[in-house]
Write a protein that binds this ligand. Structure first.
Ligand code: ARG
Length: 474
């Protein structure tokens, strides 16, 4: 991909070096060291379908505005269609073009000759790239939304399988209170549903048409921007040409939404790692999402979870990248903005890798009832014991103290809390005597007691499942 540059020839020769986009005022060719820095084609090549779509719409708009004859506009549109056919197969070999816009324009020249030079009338690569990039975002966010739904359904499948299982719930990574395994799985679903909403709002933010803004000052030809907007499928048009060519807010919002999604996926990855370890053993990640060790024959590593956790670092990094890119830019378009696509494409590609794999891992993961039962410590029910006293009229702070003392006593005696003699319970409080304490040591009763919306009771969890199912099928 090198350009024949001949500083001595100037004029004619120089004007071909960037696909003829801007060579006229230059007398020398571009320094060879400058060319690779200047070129963005390897990154922005994927924008060719959007560049063609935007250019077709622009050609038609120029025709409607009377800037081109109808015949010229039609010929340009037909030529762009032929360029699209050529680009379908990718480009073979080195090409001299700086970016996708210059490539398309050069190929259009092959198809329609000099007429190609009329397409750029009233348009700049500044409003062109802003338009292409947003068009790409609209399509990409639609695909992403489908992948988010699949991920949600994967979690839903796991949640549905855990209704009968009561696992330890944790705070500070210490056993706290029992919860249904479904409830745990759903605790990871709600963040994804929020991520999905956030991405839908990003789509709204991206759905603004910059075309017609020119390089910075707008377009002097009577283009109907509303008609362009409708043709290209944008929600609205940009209000200020200077803002339009430099506004990358939607991209930063996308990278934030994706980074937070990455944080959520990383957290579920962490839970999958912990829960699939021998020490916890609550669930098994299926073989398809695990790998072995080249040295230790017994190993079965939950790589999917680690890779998801690792990839989220890129997502966070890309957000940091674009914010840093944008923060010092002066008014209008600046070439720094060429870097925006690297961050955004990398995030989109990363999500394209991570979401399907995590979805599959969740859909095929299995809870392991035996290990869950072994791991549950009766102290998980200490709060229920305290609540028993509360129901007998004891102020909660006192019942908390009483149960704390009982836990200490059981610990010192080396017996499970429920195995303390009845007399000991009674000694701490009469309301716990006569076998009354035993009522608290019932896993099912504990989760069923929390029947408020958002709680662990079967009906409350079923309601969550229904609501989540509805949101995912909407
Ligand atoms: N490749 C450029 C970008 O991605 C296109 C716009 C270039 N504009 C310019 N005036 N050099 O931002």
């Amino acid at each position: 991909m090198t350009t024949e540059s001949n500083p001595q020839k100037g004029g004619e020769e120089a004007s071909t070096r960037a696909g003829g986009l801007w060579g006229g005022r230059f007398s020398g060719g571009m320094a060879p060291e400058m060319e690779p820095l200047n070129r963005s084609l390897t990154v922005d090549f994927r924008l060719w379908p959007q560049d063609i779509a935007g250019s077709r719409a622009w050609a038609a708009a120029l025709g409607r505005a009377g800037v081109l004859t109808e015949a010229e506009a039609e010929e340009l549109v037909a030529g762009l269609d032929r360029v699209a056919e050529r680009l379908e197969d990718g480009i073979a070999g080195p090409v001299p073009d700086e970016d996708i816009h210059s490539l398309v324009e050069r190929l259009l020249g092959d198809e329609v000759g000099e007429l190609a030079g009329k397409l750029h009338t009233g348009r700049s690569r500044n409003d062109q790239v802003a338009t292409d990039f947003r068009l790409w975002a609209l399509e990409t966010l639609d695909v992403l939304d489908r992948r988010m739904v699949e991920l949600g359904n994967g979690l839903l499948t796991l949640a549905e399988s855990g209704m009968e299982l009561i696992i330890p719930g944790y705070t500070h990574l210490q056993q706290g209170q029992p919860v249904r395994a479904s409830h745990w799985a759903l605790s990871h679903l709600w963040p994804f549903l929020r991520d999905r909403d956030r991405l839908a709002r990003v789509r709204e933010a991206a759905s603004v048409l910059p075309l017609g803004s020119g390089a910075l000052a707008g377009c002097p030809f009577p283009i109907d921007r509303e008609a362009l907007r409708a043709e290209l499928g944008f929600r609205t048009i940009s209000r200020n040409s200077m803002d339009a060519v430099s506004d990358r807010d939607w991209a930063a919002e996308f990278l934030f939404a994706a980074a937070l999604l990455g944080v959520h996926m990383s957290r579920i990855g962490e839970d999958l790692l912990l829960f699939s370890s021998r020490e916890f053993g609550f669930l098994k990640i299926s073989d398809g999402y695990s790998t072995g060790s080249s040295l230790m024959p017994q190993k079965r590593n939950p790589d999917v979870a680690e890779l998801v956790r690792g990839k989220s670092a890129r997502l966070v990094g890309n957000l940091s990248g674009i914010l840093t890119l944008l923060k010092g830019l002066p008014t209008g378009y600046n070439r720094d903005l060429q870097e925006d696509k690297g961050f955004v494409f990398d995030t989109a590609d990363t999500l394209g890798l991570v979401l399907p794999a995590l979805t599959g891992a969740l859909r095929t993961a299995e809870f392991r009832p035996d290990a869950i039962e072994r791991a549950r410590n009766e102290e998980l029910l200490a709060t229920d014991l305290a609540d028993l006293l509360v129901r007998a009229g004891v102020p909660f702070r006192r019942s908390h103290d009483i149960v704390g003392a009982l836990v200490r006593e059981a610990e010192e005696a080396g017996v499970p809390l429920s195995r303390l003699p009845d007399a000991r319970f009674e000694a701490h409080h009469p309301a716990l005597g006569g076998g009354a304490a035993a009522e608290a040591f019932d896993w099912e009763r504990s989760v069923e007691a929390r029947a408020l919306p958002g709680g662990t009771a079967r009906a409350a969890v079923e309601a969550q499942l229904d609501e989540a199912r509805n949101l995912l099928s909407a």
